[in-house]
Design a protein around this ligand. Structure first.
Ligand code: URA
Length: 251
């Protein structure tokens, strides 16, 4: 049998190459995952480095999570930590999100939108410009849900003002969803869902009603929630997640 690519046809390829192409880790890193017993093919742990898989039929998992071969474009989610700028390069040498995602393997990766330096949570990246533009287009109104710790005790009246929309220096905000989760020791924990992506929007909205943000964390973006990632870690989206994002982007 011939090895790997014949023209554009994908035929059995070495497992470590499959893992690297799927964006799991570098070829060497993938070999380490295999020898550590973290990779299964069709439910069986595979540690032998010469093993081959057929991406059309074999189910490959790493730590129990299924891995899919990237089909040209790559889309992933990062659990952005605080203290990192959402840019792929910084002339002042500050830590950027580019240090956290596999930019060297996928040089076209760009962040879909931005989170402030101190904001944590779900940040999407893609090499697919159409997807990124669709998700960020103001007309699409893709939901973004944040959990925030606010200074002071937020009243139901304040929450109602945010729900209706408030006048910021760049215009009225669209109606938002606001849920008061907990109030204790002079602080309020709230969940806020907005449909726009204006600069520092949640911080400005909360300050407007007298409750500056102390901590801000993005829990979800459109159909996707941040789950199963350590702070600073990323994972490839699977085909279903990408399809859901494409729908949200109107593609
Ligand atoms: N709104 C903000 O104020 N900051 C963010 O990082 C994201 C949304």
């Amino acid at each position: 049998m011939t090895d790997e690519n014949e023209g554009s046809r994908i035929v059995p390829m070495r497992l470590q190459k499959f893992l690297a192409r799927a964006g799991v880790a570098s070829r060497r890193g993938s070999e380490n995952l295999m020898t550590a017993g973290r990779v299964c093919v069709n439910g069986t742990v595979v540690t032998e480095l010469g093993s081959k898989v057929d991406p059309r039929v074999d189910v490959v998992t790493v730590d129990g999570m299924q891995v899919h071969l990237a089909d040209g474009s790559v889309t992933l989610m990062l659990y952005k930590p605080a203290g990192v700028i959402t840019t792929m390069s910084d002339p002042h040498g500050r830590p950027t999100v580019a240090d956290l995602v596999p930019y060297d393997r996928y040089p076209g990766l760009f962040p879909i939108g931005r989170l402030d330096f101190d904001t944590t949570g779900l940040l999407l990246f893609s090499t697919d410009g159409e997807l990124g533009n669709g998700l960020l287009h103001p007309r699409r109104h893709v939901d973004k849900t944040y959990e925030a710790i606010l200074d002071g005790v937020m009243s139901e009246d304040d929450a109602a003002r945010l729900r209706e929309g408030v006048l910021l220096d760049d215009g009225m905000t669209l109606p938002a969803k606001v849920e008061l989760i907990d109030v204790s020791r002079g602080r309020s924990r709230v969940a806020i869902t907005i449909h726009e992506g204006r600069k520092r929007q949640v911080r400005r909205m909360c300050s407007f009603v007298g409750h500056p943000v102390i901590e801000l964390h993005r829990k979800s973006f459109g159909p996707l929630e941040l789950r199963g990632l350590e702070v600073g870690a990323w994972r490839m989206l699977d085909a279903e997640e990408v399809a859901a994002l494409r729908r949200a982007a109107g593609l």
